[in-house]
Design a protein around this ligand. Sequence first.
Ligand SMILES: Nc1nc2c(ncn2[C@@H]2O[C@H](COP(=O)(O)OP(=O)(O)OP(=O)(O)O)[C@@H](O)[C@H]2O)c(=O)[nH]1
Ligand SMILES: [Mg+2]
Ligand SMILES: [Zn+2]
Length: 214
Amino acid sequence: MKIEIVKNILDANDQVALLNREFFDNLKVFTINIMASPGAGKTSFILETIHRLDAPSAVIEGDVASSIDSERIAEFGIPVVQINTGGNCHLEATMTREAVKKLSLDGVKYLFIENVGNLICPASFDLGEHIRIAISSVPEGDDKPYKYPGLFSSVDAVILNKIDLMPYVDFDLERFRKGIIAINRDAKIFLISCKTKEGIEALVEWLKSENPYR
Ligand SMILES: Nc1nc2c(ncn2[C@@H]2O[C@H](COP(=O)(O)OP(=O)(O)OP(=O)(O)O)[C@@H](O)[C@H]2O)c(=O)[nH]1
Ligand SMILES: [Mg+2]
Ligand SMILES: [Zn+2]
């Protein structure tokens, strides 16, 4: 009985996600759902990427509380809406739907959605995005794909951020790669540093190539 209830919630979410995706397709806005643990570098990645895309972009920021991240984005004149989930540990399609109502997406080519910092349930909720990205970072350790297979198997690309910290952390890159390939053969893997900017250009080129609406 319990299982049935959870299934119904997910079905309802999927229905709204479908409407969201139709909405984004009609507006020709390429939408990216970014999932990672707290502090992995989601907001840093969004800023570094938008600065290099040479295309109008907008952001939805999901957090349990505060508007710290949306203020960081707004400083650069980028349209942004903050969703405070009030304790909820992931975004859902209805929250995305409410948030986009407050954004002017006219001419916007890329919409970044920063999910709540969490490696578990965000993976179960389709927001209506076109692609999904997982960000892991060097200080979190090389075992994350093994411990959170649900998330890492659901994404189109995995970004390993903070590679500038490699010399200071015991991080086995091969182990990390193998963990991803074992559960998600098709995932692109990018190594970047938002601090030194290494690897970001390649990632931006890939994002552009994925966007059918650019
Ligand atoms: N050394 C180093 N620090 C980084 C890098 N990227 C981000 N940081 C730092 O890591 C911290 C967290 O970065 P954020 O971009 O806020 O991470 P986030 O995933 O958005 O964090 P939450 O929204 O709180 O979950 C900040 O102090 C960043 O300056 C990197 O490539 N190298
Ligand atoms: Mg953030
Ligand atoms: Zn959750």
